[in-house]
Every structure is written in structure tokens, then in C-alpha cells.
Design a protein around this ligand. Structure first.
Ligand SMILES: Cc1ncc(COP(=O)(O)O)c(C=O)c1O
Length: 372
């Protein structure tokens, strides 16, 4: 299907990358990396050139998120996936409660459920639905996913925990930077940079409240838990305090992320989020207007402003269209999350995906369907 469809030259987007991760990395950032020549790549991550870069990134994130005093920015290798285990092993006392809305929140829950000394419980909704996390007595960690990348559902409110010793932990991987949180309520907020922060994968950034730091360092004293050396929070925290990672990082990844943070700091978080909402409005209005489209997420307040998901009438095979657009090098990575098994579009609204390119994308898809 769609094999004879040709994208008119006037509708070609300025950049073909609409994927939700890895996401669009501006070519100018790659050029800036190349310009560092012999001064950065291939130099020691324990020496000033790289450590100053790490510090600039940490300071830039602190400025962007307007973090309260005492919150620490911890970096390490392994991406967000590593943290599911590292948090379970080293930051949960006895039991964690997980609000599960899709594939990624489920994986986090399962990681904790396998740890012999923990009790993990999940509160789960069907894919396509959302649920805001709630306080639940008896759990020392409440876990939630800011933006469920697999379905395009986001959370819109956070609870204040009644037990002042309990921690609220957030996987913010695909929402960080475009969905605001109230930091006073958050103890652990982590993400990988291959989404809004436009870098390569493999790195994690974890923002810890003083309570989370205290918990992690204290639990590590408990010799009855086996925590692999690589996953010890003390290594991650101590190295990050010295603007380093525990083991050798990808310097290019840190550089590219820092370029993106500088770019976003020129606008500031509020304007970045306003722009994300403008793009979300465009996409959901299009999905509601066309008879062959419908937004996958029904509850309006839970529709993501970072990842949009749109169901398409089964008559028009979106995987076929995505293949045709990819072959013409016009549009990449708009397919649905594979395990959802739906005739669906999933499109990034990340900061670098421009409003004008989204307009063109909607026109391309409408034209393809309507002239089919
Ligand atoms: C919400 C969420 N959490 C975790 C991950 C895993 O991240 P990583 O591939 O960096 O381990 C992803 C990846 O897409 C994600 O979207």
C-alpha cells in the first residue's frame, strides 16, 4: 500500500527525524563537536577538559530545572534501564509501589519484583489509559513514569507523600525537559538523554533530593544486600560530585547533551514547555479533525506533550506508509510501539522537532491517505 505515493517537494520537512528516541540531534551540535578537534574527544575523563564539560552540563541542568538547594545531579553509564535495578537494589528499603501505564513502567516494576528482599506492588491500567500516582501508606518508595513512551500517556499531578521518610521516584526519560514537576515533591528523577535532550543513549542522569542521597548511602551499609560494585550509589554520587562518572563515559554523548541544554536554557523551561504544548495542540487537533484518525489517549489531561500517539483507520496501513516515507528519506520513525500492535502513528514533539515540520508531516500523511 502507498507504494506509488510521492512526497511533493514543497512538503519535505527540513529534517526527517520524528522518532521518539533516539531523537533528532541538530547537525549544528554535531558540527560543534567536530570543531573541538583534538581538545576533547580522546582525552582523559579525569582531566579538566572533560570535567569542566560535565560541570557545565550539571550547572546547565540545575538552571533549566530550577532545582531546590541540596539536590544533586548524578551521572553514569547504563542509561535509564540500569537505574531500574540500581534503584531497587540500593534505594528501596522494603517495598515499592509502581503506577504502571505501559511497557517501560512495567519493566521498572518487574526489575524491583525480582529482588529477593523487596516487595513490589503494581497498580496498573490498560495501555492507552493513564493514572496519576497517589500516596499509599506502607510503601517507602512510590514509582511513576512521567511520560510512558510506549503509549504517549503523561502524568499531570504528583502526590505529597504522607510519610515524610518515603521517596517519590520518577522515570522522566521521555518527558524530562517538556513536562514540569514540583521539585518539592520529588526525591529521585531520572532520564536518559536520547529524547528531549537530544544526545545519544547509554548515559543516565539522576537528580536526587537530600533524602534520596541519605537513603542510598545508608542502605549501602547494609551488608546483607548484595549490590554489584557498578551499581553502588556511593560511587555514582561521589564521582558526580567531582564532575566525573564512575567508569569511562562517552564524551561525545555528554558534549551533545550539553549543547542541547545550552540551547534550551536560551528559552528557559516555561517557553520550551509552551512550545511543546503548541505542537501537541496542532497534532491532537489534526487527529480529531480527520475522520480516519483519532487520538489514542482519550483522557485529554493525560495526552502527552512529548510523544503523540494517533490511531489510524485500519484501511490505511501506517507501517506501509512509514516504509515508503523512509525509503524516500523524507520521514523516519513514526511507527507505533511494536508491542502495542496497533495501526498507529507515534511522533516525537521534542524540542528540536519544529512546528513547521510537524505541519508538513500532517499534510504528507493526509495527502497519502486521501489520495490513496
Ligand atoms: C520511559 C522510559 N524509561 C526507560 C527507558 C529506557 O531507556 P534506556 O534505553 O536509556 O535504558 C526508555 C526508553 O525509551 C523510556 O522511554
Amino acid at each position: 500500500m502507498f507504494e506509488n505515493f510521492q512526497v511533493p517537494a514543497s512538503l519535505r520537512p527540513s529534517d526527517p527525524r520524528f522518532g521518539v528516541g533516539p531523537s533528532l540531534i541538530p547537525v549544528s551540535h554535531v558540527e560543534a563537536l567536530a570543531k573541538t578537534g583534538t581538545s576533547l574527544l580522546g582525552t582523559s575523563h579525569r582531566k579538566p577538559a572533560v570535567r569542566n564539560l560535565v560541570k557545565e552540563l550539571q550547572d546547565g541542568l540545575r538552571e533549566y530545572f530550577k532545582l531546590p538547594a541540596g539536590y544533586e545531579i548524578v551521572l553514569g553509564n547504563g542509561g535509564a534501564t540500569l537505574l531500574w535495578d540500581m534503584i531497587g537494589l540500593g534505594m528501596v528499603e522494603k517495598n515499592s509501589l509502581h503506577f504502571v501505564t505501559g511497557e517501560f513502567s512495567e519493566k521498572w516494576y518487574k526489575a524491583h519484583a525480582q529482588i529477593p528482599w523487596l516487595k513490589a506492588r503494581e497498580i496498573k491500567v490498560e495501555p492507552g489509559h493513564g493514572i496519576n500516582p497517589k500516596d499509599e501508606p506502607g510503601f517507602d518508595m512510590i514509582c511513576t513514569t512521567l511520560n510512558e513512551t510506549s503509549t504517549g500517556v503523561m502524568i499531570s499531578s504528583l502526590p505529597t507523600l504522607g510519610d515524610e521518610k518515603a521517596l517519590l521516584a520518577i522515570d522522566a526519560t521521555s518527558g524530562a525537559g517538556q513536562i514540569k514537576v514540583d521539585w518539592k515533591k520529588v526525591d529521585l528523577y531520572y532520564f536518559a538523554p536520547q529524547k528531549v535532550f537530544a544526545s545519544d543513549g547509554g548515559l543516565y542522569i539522576a537528580i536526587l533530593s537530600p533524602k534520596a542521597v541519605e537513603r542510598a548511602l545508608r542502605l549501602q551499609q547494609d551488608k546483607s544486600r548484595y549490590i554489584p560494585e557498578y551499581m553502588k550509589w556511593s560511587h555514582a554520587i561521589e564521582n558526580s560530585r567531582q564532575n566525573q562518572t564512575y567508569n569511562t563515559p562517552s564524551i561525545a554523548t555528554i558534549f551533545l547533551m550539553n549543547e542541547q541544554v545550552k540551547l534550551m536554557n536560551k528559552m528557559g523551561e516555561d517557553k520550551v514547555i509552551a512550545e511543546a504544548k503548541r505542537k501537541a495542540d496542532l497534532m491532537y487537533a489534526w487527529a480529531e479533525e480527520k475522520p480516519y484518525l483519532s487520538p489514542y489517549i482519550q483522557e485529554k489531561s493525560m495526552r502527552s506533550q512529548a510523544v503523540v500517539t494517533i490511531d489510524v483507520d485500519d484501511k490505511y496501513k501506517m507501517d506501509d506508509l512509514a516504509g515508503v516515507l523512509r525509503a524516500q528519506n523524507v520521514v523516519y520513525d513514526i511507527e507505533a510501539y511494536r508491542k502495542l500492535n496497533r495501526n498507529q502513528l507515534r511522533i516525537a514533539l521534542f524540542h528540536n522537532v519544529s512546528y513547521d515540520d510537524l505541519v508538513k508531516l500532517t499534510k504528507i500523511i493526509s495527502l497519502a491517505v486521501e489520495t490513496n
